[in-house]
Ligand binder design. Structure first.
Ligand code: S3P
Length: 167
């Protein structure tokens, strides 16, 4: 069974995945990092030069490949839930954990960040709230479990997940 961490940009998926690794025998696979490594290109350049659709096609392909491999913790790009085929894939191969955070705590995490093309020019709490609203139903549809992260350390969140999944 695979473990997928999903959630909006800046909810701490990568950090929590690292903590969860300590509590399990699993490796962490980060879909964004794997896409960058496979295509030797940053996500920002991919969006700029090839467009979001190409990025999404690559993301789906990577997700499917990873899902069929050894059991790992998959830290997913925030937009992975936009395609139904990705939701179907995650449902088929494992359990999906949704990390949820408030727009305020997301903003404080991503404010210095230039690597996320979809946040450029949107580093305001209202803009983030608006984007989150558009994504909410997708996360809801994909998730087996929802974990609220506000006010919790990554270690605490990982512990919670390991208990939910009885790792
Ligand atoms: C995206 C989230 C990013 C990355 C890309 C698009 C999104 O991943 O995949 O910039 O559509 O929400 P993180 O959630 O890891 O920032």
């Amino acid at each position: 069974m695979q473990i997928y961490l999903i959630g909006f940009m800046g909810t701490g998926k990568s950090t929590v995945a690292k903590e969860l690794k300590k509590l399990s025998q699993r490796r962490v696979v980060d879909t964004d990092a794997l896409i960058e490594q496979t295509y030797q290109m940053t996500i920002a350049d991919m969006f700029r030069e090839l467009g979001e659709d190409t990025f999404r096609a690559r993301e789906s392909e990577i997700l499917r490949k990873v899902s069929q491999g050894e059991e790992v913790i998959v830290s997913c790009g925030g937009g992975i839930v936009k395609l139904q085929e990705n939701i179907d894939c995650m449902k088929q191969y494992g359990k999906v954990v949704w990390l949820q955070a408030s727009p305020g705590s997301i903003l404080s995490r991503i404010k210095e960040d230039e690597s996320r093309p979809l946040l450029q020019g949107k580093k305001k709490e209202e803009a983030i709230q608006e984007m989150m609203k558009q994504r909410e139903a997708f996360y809801q549809k994909a998730a087996d479990y929802k974990v609220v992260t506000d006010g919790k350390t990554p270690a605490k969140i990982a512990k919670e997940i390991s208990q939910i999944l009885t790792l």
